[in-house]
Design a protein around this ligand. Structure first.
Ligand SMILES: *[C@@H]1O[C@H](CO)[C@@H](O)[C@H](O)[C@H]1NC(C)=O
Length: 353
């Protein structure tokens, strides 16, 4: 026998279920009538993400598009090298160095009205071939230049916490230089002639392909961090042309000796007390003397790391296949967040000045 209070409780529970059930039916009716499934994108394509088509693999250096997310946390576009997606691509990334002289390997089908072509060139004007006829083709520029639409650079980040203590890595060498391919005693250009003056007065540990010590990419950061100073010598001198040659030593706790644009241009990107500029010295001999003195004066040397209280530098991607990964991913990030209409009237006038 149910007592009256129990019956009362059961009645309340029953009423609540009835109301909930009714609401559920109403909700389902509403849900079924909402926009038809036709509006959903096909399952293989990521919803709402613009397609960025990489037209050429730069210098044939293939990497996994998933690396943008995995290594750089960039995931705002759908990157592809599948040319059959051309007519759907919001942006086509065109590597300048791969364009044929007669432009025959550029897209030939008509350009959809919404599509933007990105001029992709990480080299300086000295190392950029002028191909006639491409000036009016592009909507966006991607370059190391600060005024490019997509400005590619390894930047310092402002530290949120400033209480981390910097520990200077163990130093085994005084001054080092990693050079890509040629024998530094023979190379032409300002960086090689400066180097030849410098070695008359100070020992430089050179790591290059032609030297006895073959340099491996895996050892890049380890090698740099073992040196007190590192020659961050750019291959040509142009405004804003300051590459990962500066970032490497900053990231691992080594003082970069820079040769490139004037000091004030470096200071557009990194603190003025984080590097030594060759132009601050009369000649290579004076610089050598200064470095030898700093080698004996740890208190002064360590001040070159004061900037680390406020900023941090991250290790850039190294390895053959990753030379252009950062640039491609930044293009993806840009297209994912900027939709403006734009035309670059003359890309050469802008780039070569
Ligand atoms: C891109 O540039 C081309 C060539 O100048 C121009 O015809 C086109 O309208 C531009 N499109 C967009 C979306 O900016």
């Amino acid at each position: 026998m149910l007592s009256t209070p129990t019956f009362g409780v059961l009645r309340v529970i029953f009423t609540v279920f009835l109301i909930l059930g009714g609401l559920m039916i109403l909700f389902l009716m509403y849900y079924k009538s909402s926009p038809s499934p036709k509006c959903h994108p096909p399952p293989t394509q990521q919803p709402n993400k613009p397609i960025v088509l990489l037209w050429f693999w730069p210098e044939n250096k293939h990497f996994d598009f998933g690396d943008c997310k995995k290594l750089l946390n960039i995931d705002s576009c759908h990157l592809t090298d599948d040319r059959s997606l051309y007519s759907k691509a919001q942006a086509v990334l065109i590597f300048h160095g791969a364009i044929e002289d007669d432009l025959s390997n550029l897209p030939t089908s008509p350009r959809p009205g919404f599509q933007r072509w990105i001029w992709f060139n990480m080299d300086s004007p000295t190392h950029t071939r002028k191909i006639p006829g491409i000036q009016g083709l592009f909507n966006l520029t991607l370059s190391y230049r600060k005024d490019a639409d997509v400005h590619v650079r390894w930047r310092l980040t402002v530290k949120k916490r400033t209480d981390e203590h910097f520990v200077l890595p163990k130093k085994e060498r005084l001054l080092c230089w990693i050079v890509g391919n040629s024998d530094p005693q023979k190379g032409s250009g300002r960086r090689y002639s400066y180097y030849r003056q410098l070695v008359k007065h100070i020992k430089v540990d050179v790591f290059s392909r032609s030297s006895a010590r073959f340099f491996k990419y895996e050892d890049y950061f380890l090698t740099i961090s073992s040196c007190k100073f590192y020659l961050s010598f750019e291959n040509s001198i142009h405004k804003d042309y300051i590459t990962e040659k500066l970032n490497g030593p900053l990231a691992v706790g080594t003082v970069p000796i820079v040769l490139g644009p004037p000091r004030h241009n470096y200071e557009d990107f990194v603190p003025g007390d984080s590097f030594i500029h060759v132009n601050d010295f009369l000649d290579a001999q004076t610089l050598a003397k200064f470095l030898l003195r700093l080698d004996k004066d740890n208190e002064t040397y360590i001040r070159y790391f004061d900037w680390r209280k406020n900023y941090s530098a991250r290790r850039h991607l190294t390895g053959e296949k990753h030379v252009f990964t950062h640039a491609v991913c930044q293009a993806c990030a840009h297209v994912g967040s900027n939709k403006e209409y734009r035309v670059v009237p003359n890309v050469y006038k802008w780039f070569f000045g």
